[in-house]
Design a protein around this ligand. Structure first.
Ligand code: PMP
Length: 352
């Protein structure tokens, strides 16, 4: 830390992104990216847009927002486009949480929530998941704080039924409930269907996972128009051109080929089922995942050890050292070929 770094960030511990290694080619199952490339029309749209890079992007993302609203069955005024869903999470924390409206989220969930809370000096409470890593909905009912729930949760992959989300919304009418649906396309029910019914709901999604665009940085929020207007106030006070021209046209092209991406999601769900079966056969305990990853542990090998043994053999997964989950590894679901390599490699490791 330099002697110039503001005291207000003295205790800030930044988020640690998953490794993006450059030392060798790994079977990369550590950051929940899609194993499938974007559709060809995305490439063509980006190539054509390069000719216009001398111009700023449209701060309102008019065309992209319109297309997205059409695909999701909402009005454009209910949509905010952002530079990766991390950005809308940060904007939402800035807009809807403070000393008077502290945040609550699970003790085991997306690691960026406490970082954004600290960055914005928002007090927060972590509510422990149950022993089986499920959420006890009663913990959130009528809690009277700004709530953020990842559904499906990360890194467990487990999800809440929509009826539970609705109960949380209904019992916290004076607080915003942020539902982070980064992984919803792989098998969970989306709360987008509830945005007209609850003015305190903000749904957050991303193009990073199901739409093969992690490197383009595109996310979105869907909610009541007044919530979206507040988020726009924060956005226009931060970075009006948050979505660049190349990403915007890539997003439109991807939405025009939604069937390709939703079909990829079905393939991932099939590969997930195969992987769960194979890992279970090897003695792993695998949590019930509706995401594009599984969270697994074995009493035959320590979590950290398994991560390291896989890495030296060219397979990268994600290990967290946090208590309660250090026994586990989070494994992204890739192609069948990748999953076969994973399972074969684990088999060899266990044979010692
Ligand atoms: N929410 C959750 C639960 C995530 O796991 C991630 C990915 N790290 C994000 C949000 C952010 O994704 P992105 O910024 O790429 O949209």
């Amino acid at each position: 830390m330099s002697r110039f770094f503001s005291e207000k960030y003295a205790n800030l511990v930044p988020y640690t992104p998953g490794e993006q290694p450059r030392d060798m080619q790994y079977v990369k199952l550590n950051t929940n990216e899609s194993p499938f490339p974007p559709s060809p029309s995305v490439k063509a749209a980006v190539a054509a847009e390069v000719d216009h890079l001398q111009l700023y992007s449209d701060p309102e993302c008019t065309a992209l927002r319109g297309k997205l609203a059409e695909v999701y069955g909402v009005r454009p005024e209910q949509v905010l486009m952002v530079n990766g869903s991390d950005e809308v999470l940060n904007f939402a924390f800035m807009a809807f949480a403070d000393e008077a409206h502290p945040l609550v989220f699970a003790d085991i969930t997306y690691g960026f929530y406490p970082v954004f809370a600290d960055l914005n000096h928002i007090p927060y409470e972590e509510i422990p998941l149950k022993a089986d890593f499920s959420i006890d909905v009663r913990d959130y009912c009528g809690i009277g704080k700004t709530i953020v729930i990842a559904n499906p949760n990360a890194p467990t992959g487990m999800c809440l039924p929509l009826a539970d989300i609705e109960q949380i919304l209904r019992t916290n009418p004076d607080n915003v409930v942020i539902v982070d649906e980064a992984y919803v396309d792989f098998g969970a029910d989306s709360a987008v269907s509830l945005v007209d019914k609850y003015d305190n709901l903000l749904v957050v999604q991303t193009f990073s996972k199901s739409r093969s665009m992690a490197g383009a940085r595109l996310g979105f929020g869907i909610g009541n128009e007044k919530l979206i207007a507040d988020l726009n106030t924060v956005k226009y006070s931060t970075n009006p051109y948050n979505v660049n021209r190349l990403t915007a046209v890539a997003g439109i092209a991807a939405l025009n080929e939604n069937a390709y991406y939703m079909n990829n999601c079905r393939t991932i769900a099939e590969n997930r089922a195969w992987t769960v079966k194979a890992l279970t056969r090897l003695g792993f305990e695998v949590l019930d995942s509706k995401a594009n990853f599984v969270f697994a542990k074995s009493d035959r090998i320590d979590g950290q050890e398994m991560y390291e043994q896989l890495k030296v053999r060219g397979v990268l997964v994600r290990h967290f050292t946090k208590p309660r989950i250090a026994e586990y590894n989070r494994i992204t679901i890739g192609t069948m070929e990748q999953m076969q390599i994973l399972v074969d490699t684990i088999e060899r490791i266990l044979e010692g």
